[in-house]
Design a binder for this molecule. Structure first.
Ligand code: AMP
Length: 270
């Protein structure tokens, strides 16, 4: 593992003509991130892991302040992996003096759920990922299905920027009780962590009901269940037929909720 805070220095140390994998992260690494990294290491000669809490994708500045950061521990987790270059930039190495998002229009699928609840969030995500793609010109870039809308957004961004860039979607890695791993889980109290374990149960319940019941009935059941769990408030629950928005014939259930003050999202295929 080698660590760089300057993208120019990192670029100098890349071998020529090697396949490059990119794994963008915001750090506080967990096994979900590590699954992306391990796959990237298997499929590329060199792997760049960026660790950067991107300010422009936080619509809520308090959320940005609270976001967990733990670079020392992240580097410990990565230290024994060969051919890994870790990019830990300052804001100015990526944004210069102009810390602003570009404006994008990614269509209707990006205007619902996360796009609706977090105004400007996807503009910030696309801005930073476009910068990383342009700087490092990877052959493959790895993103998690846990952030499913984001994955679709990145695929569409990559198609526009460079059709040769392969965006790889990776399965959601979960804790023993099914809670999707997330850096934000570190912010949960013991009691909140217990309640958060119910989120996957709601999604699985929706999956079970999907074959026999309509959306309204499933939604009522999810509302009923969530109201019975201490400390959780629902932000949205949706069942989406993806073919109505994008070229994927699959139905998925999506959820966002607050557990205490911690906002968590998850989704599963139905
Ligand atoms: P983040 O650091 O939260 O921005 O995540 C960096 C990348 O890791 C994104 O592509 C996420 O979708 C992915 N990721 C986060 N959590 C998980 C998880 N539990 N399983 C698989 N991928 C994940």
């Amino acid at each position: 593992m080698r660590v760089y805070s300057s993208h120019k220095e990192l670029l100098k140390s890349l071998g020529n003509n090697k396949s490059i994998g990119l794994v963008p992260t915001m750090g506080s690494l967990h096994k979900g991130h590590l699954s992306l990294i391990q796959r990237a290491v298997r499929e590329n000669k060199e792997v760049i892991i960026s660790i950067y809490v991107n300010p422009t994708q936080f619509n809520d500045k308090e959320d940005l302040k609270k976001y967990p950061r733990n670079l020392d521990n992240d580097l410990k987790l990565l230290k024994d992996i060969n051919n890994v270059l870790v990019y830990t930039p300052s804001d100015s190495d990526l944004y210069g003096q102009d810390e602003k998002s570009k404006k994008y229009n990614f269509g209707d699928f990006m205007n619902i759920m996360e796009g609706k609840q977090r105004p400007d969030h996807f503009d910030g995500v696309a801005t930073i990922v476009e910068k990383l793609f342009k700087i490092f010109t990877p052959d493959n870039a790895y993103f998690g299905e846990k952030d499913f809308q984001q994955l679709i957004l990145i695929k569409s961004l990559a198609e526009k920027l460079n059709p040769d860039l392969n965006v790889v979607g990776c399965k959601t890695i979960r804790e023993k009780d099914g809670l999707a791993m997330s850096s934000r889980n570190k912010l949960l109290s013991k009691k909140e962590r217990e309640s958060a374990g119910e989120i996957i149960k709601l999604l699985l319940k929706a999956k079970e009901m999907n074959s026999s019941f309509n959306y309204r009935k499933i939604k009522n059941e999810v509302d009923r269940h969530i109201n019975s769990i201490e400390g959780i408030t629902l932000e949205y629950f949706e069942i989406i037929d993806l073919s109505k928005f994008i070229n994927i014939s699959e139905k998925r259930a999506f959820i966002a909720c607050k557990v205490g003050n911690v906002r968590l999202i998850d989704n599963i295929s139905l």
